[in-house]
Design a protein around this ligand. Sequence first.
Ligand code: GLU
Length: 301
Amino acid sequence: MTPAPYIGRFAPSPTGPLHLGSLVAALASWLDARAMGGRWLVRMEDLDRPRCDQASADTILRQLEAYGLVWDGGVLCQSQRDDAYAAALDAMRGQGAVFACSCTRSQLAQAPRNAEGETVYPGTCRLHVLPRVGVHSWRVRAQEVSVHFVDRIHGALQQDLAAEVGDFVVRRADGLFAYQLAVVVDDAFQGVTYIVRGADLLWNTPRQIYLQRLLGLPTPVYAHVPLVTNAAGQKLSKQTLAPALPERGRRAVLAQALAALGHPPPADLVGAGADELLAWAAAHWRVEAVPLHPVIANPAP
Ligand code: GLU
C-alpha cells in the first residue's frame, strides 16, 4: 500500500492578528510539510461568527505571506461549510450517537471539571430523555472507551473519554457547529494527513479521533508543539493582550520562533534574511527536537 501523501494545514480562528504563539504553530506545520515535501493548506476557522471577522482573516493571510509562510491552493472558510457539518451530524443522529441537550450553562456550573478545567457533562439529558422543546444543543455520547494515540512529540497518550470529557457538544444551542465536529469534517474533506498545532489542543485530540471513528473518517498523524507564554505564564492570546507580529524585524521574530521549536539558527546565520532562515530550518527540521514544554516569549525589544 502506498503511504498517504503528506497534506498539512494551519487552521487559525480569525479573531485577531497572529502573535508569536500562533506564528510558532504556523511555522511548525509549514516546516514539517516542507521538510516532508508535502502540501500545506490554510483554513480559516471562522465558525464562531460573533467572534470572527473578515479583517482579521485578511490580516492573518497578509502576515503569513510577510513571514514567508506561503500556502498551497485556496483558503477554505468554515463559515461556508455548514451543509457538510449538518450532514455529519445527521449521520451521527442516524446511528443514535448524539442526543439533544437542553442543559444551560448555569445548570452545569456545579458539574465536575477535568484537568483542563472543562466541564465533564454529567449525562443529565442522556439519562432522562425529555421532550425536545426550545433551544438545545447536540451532544455526542461519550462511550466508556479509552482513546489511544501516539503524538510525534508527546509520545503515547490515552484518554478515558467518558470519565475525562463526558458527552461533548457538536452543535451549540445557538445553532453554531462546534469546533470538534467542524475540524474533523474539514480535515477529512481536505485530505489532511498530518496535523501540527499548539499543545493547547492536545487533549482535544481524543474527542476528534472518536468523531473520526463514528463518521468513518481516517485519523491523521498528530504533533502538538509548545505554547508560548508571557512572563506571567499565560498563553499568548488576544485575551492576554499578546502583541501582533511586528511588520519590521521579522528575522529576529522568526529566530525566536525557531528557538521555541528547538531549532535555534546557528551563529553563521546571524546576518541571514528571513527567507534564508526558513530555508535553513526546512532543511534541518526534526520534529523530535521540538521541546515538550511551554516557552516564555522574549519581551518586545
Ligand atoms: N482554530 C483553532 C485555533 O485557532 C486550531 C484548530 C486546529 O489546529 O485543530 O486554536
